[in-house]
Write a protein that binds this ligand. Sequence first.
Ligand SMILES: Cc1ncc(COP(=O)(O)O)c(C=O)c1O
Length: 390
Amino acid sequence: MGHRAPEVVEVVWKIPLSDIAMGREEDEAVRDVLRSRWLSMGPVTEEFEAAFARYLGVKHAFAVSNGTAALHIAHAVLGIGSGDEVITPSLTFVATANSILYCGAKPIFADIRGNNDLNISWEEVAAKISEKTQAITVVHYGGYACDMRPIMEIAHDHDLRVIEDAAHAIGATYRGQRCGTIGDIGCFSFFANKNLSTGEGGMIVTDDDLLAEKIRTMRSHGMTTLTWDRHRGHSSSYDVVDLGYNYRMCEVASALGIVQLRHLEQKNERRRQIVDRYRKTLAGIEGITCPFGGKTNGVSSYHIFPVILSADLPRIGFQGALKKRGIQTSVHYPPVHLFTYYRRLLGDTRGSLPKTEFVGEHEVTLPLYPGMTDDDADYICTAIEGAVSR
Ligand SMILES: Cc1ncc(COP(=O)(O)O)c(C=O)c1O
């Protein structure tokens, strides 16, 4: 007798965790690319890179296939390799740490500041420095800037490089400076759920001319010219000067990126309004705290909206109650150092990052996207009130 596959019941969310915000302009931009009959990296990507560099106020921006590729290249061009250590948070998406492993180096996880500031703690970074440390890779969690001033001072004092994983932080600032432009290299993601979305995509930015040249070749097999250069007749051949990768972005994605960048500020502002509404309503509900409250060191891009449940409020039940009302939630993040692969590789270090582990167990991410209405936010807050008062 054959086995019947278990029936998969697809959940239709009343309010999903995130949603893309695209319209007629994106449709037309993609159609224009298709009509141009040039799909691989070319003039539209160059235009996107120039616009992105202008927006950030940075000298060089290189479009790549995704944010993970940007992080991989960033570590590689800084010469990080076997025997090196890179200090990074564990409360992040696994790609941050994976990109260190791709280079043969070891991620050294530093704890976060606490339940209000979920970013890496500079005191913890300082405590983790060894003679093998080469770099600090920070993540601007949720689009809220890390305290970069002490981190840059530590890096300067110990001659370390700084990579900013700004996947969440497109449009965010730290003391007036754009996130991603403060360290040696900034990495962005344009994954479907990001504030600027191209489906898959990423950008790597730097002010350093030497690093820029390396990044330019590394993202395309270490080759000195592109197919587009040869098509234009700018070059008839190429040399390979490094071991590179195929991390190029395609023209369709870049076309989406150009339009999305134009609307970014307005969409981030709408995210801010929803976050304000959430904060005001949730402030009165016992058992829930909203991180990054009070005075912050810059303007957030409001990528996600995390809340921390009190230790006596079981997360499963809380998420289940919201799910019953059609509200999708998530967890940012299961800590990287607790994943099976990382425990196998680096040893079981459970208990070593108590603040990260607490957030890993008690954080819930609520829906946040520009198309959400005030009524959606109120509906979610009412559902939360019901969930905590059971
Ligand atoms: C903090 C962080 N770093 C890196 C990445 C990787 O980006 P991508 O999915 O574009 O490879 C993500 C994306 O999900 C992320 O959230």
